[in-house]
Design a protein around this ligand. Structure first.
Ligand code: PLP
Length: 252
């Protein structure tokens, strides 16, 4: 069948009724880069741009079944993981990744909405760190998520963030992109950390504009570029540039 031959990104994520983040943002981003998507929906959320009113979680079995069907139906060449909601879903996703070790997965470790509502249950953080992170080609925490994953106080400078990142590499992560969006200063710097390699910095001017779903957009763009067979570093550079452009469009 023709569809089967087209490269797809499998998006594992929750829906956001406001359209600001989650699945809608992921599909929009990956499509804008000319790559098709297939889906495993982990949760339905009722939210506006200001607050999260309801979260309805898919069962872990339903998430795993969606993943296996998507992988069977299509040529999946990259996987993007966003909101997972529960420890059981984290474990179910990890099991399907283990069945497909050659497909690179990008994990955005979504822990909470900007408005403060938890999008991953507290007891799921350890499962994410030990079961899922080591299976992923890249994990993209912001400084808040990084501190919760370590766990430690939130890093206040670049050296502190790199030290925390190295702890996560020690715990089995293959590569981390530490996002500096929550830091301060005139530049917004993301740091790519890999074992036995110097940290690599990706840096743009910091813009006054704010926008929801930038984490979803970045991880989705990286997955789409990997799907186009670009190396990890180039995929990260292009992803960061895309988010910068979108913020620029909103800042004037
Ligand atoms: N809702 C869903 C379903 C998400 O996946 C995410 C983040 O990935 C959010 C909300 C949080 O987005 P924001 O931080 O822009 O509120």
């Amino acid at each position: 069948m023709a569809l089967r031959q087209e490269p797809h990104v499998l998006v594992i994520a929750g829906s956001d009724s406001s359209g600001g983040a989650g699945l809608a943002r992921d599909i929009e981003t990956i499509s804008s880069l000319g790559v098709r998507t297939c889906l495993a929906v982990t949760a339905l959320t009722v939210q506006t741009h200001e607050s999260v009113a309801q979260i309805h979680r898919s069962s872990p079995r339903l998430v795993a079944d969606q993943m296996r069907a998507a992988l069977q139906a299509n040529e999946v060449v990259a996987i993007k993981i966003g909101m997972l909601a529960t420890a059981e879903t984290v474990v179910a996703v990890a099991a399907v990744l283990r069945e497909n070790p050659r497909v690179p997965a990008i994990l955005d470790p979504v822990l909470a909405s900007t408005s403060g509502r938890a999008l991953l249950e507290a007891d799921a953080v350890a499962a994410m760190k030990h079961d899922l992170m080591p299976l992923c080609r890249l994990v993209t925490p912001n400084l808040i998520e990084l501190a919760l994953l370590v766990p430690a106080e939130r890093a206040t400078d670049e050296d502190g963030a790199i030290r925390q990142g190295q702890e996560l590499l020690g715990a089995g992560a293959q590569a981390l992109l530490i996002k500096g969006g929550h830091a301060s200063g005139p530049r917004s710097t993301d740091i790519l950390l890999r074992s036995n390699q110097e940290p690599l910095r990706f840096d743009t001017p910091r813009l006054a504009a704010s926008m929801r779903g930038t984490g979803c957009m970045l991880a989705s763009a990286i997955a789409a570029h990997l799907a186009k067979a670009k190396p990890l570093e180039d995929s990260v550079r292009e992803g960061k540039q895309l988010v910068f452009q979108k913020l620029m469009e909103r800042s004037d």
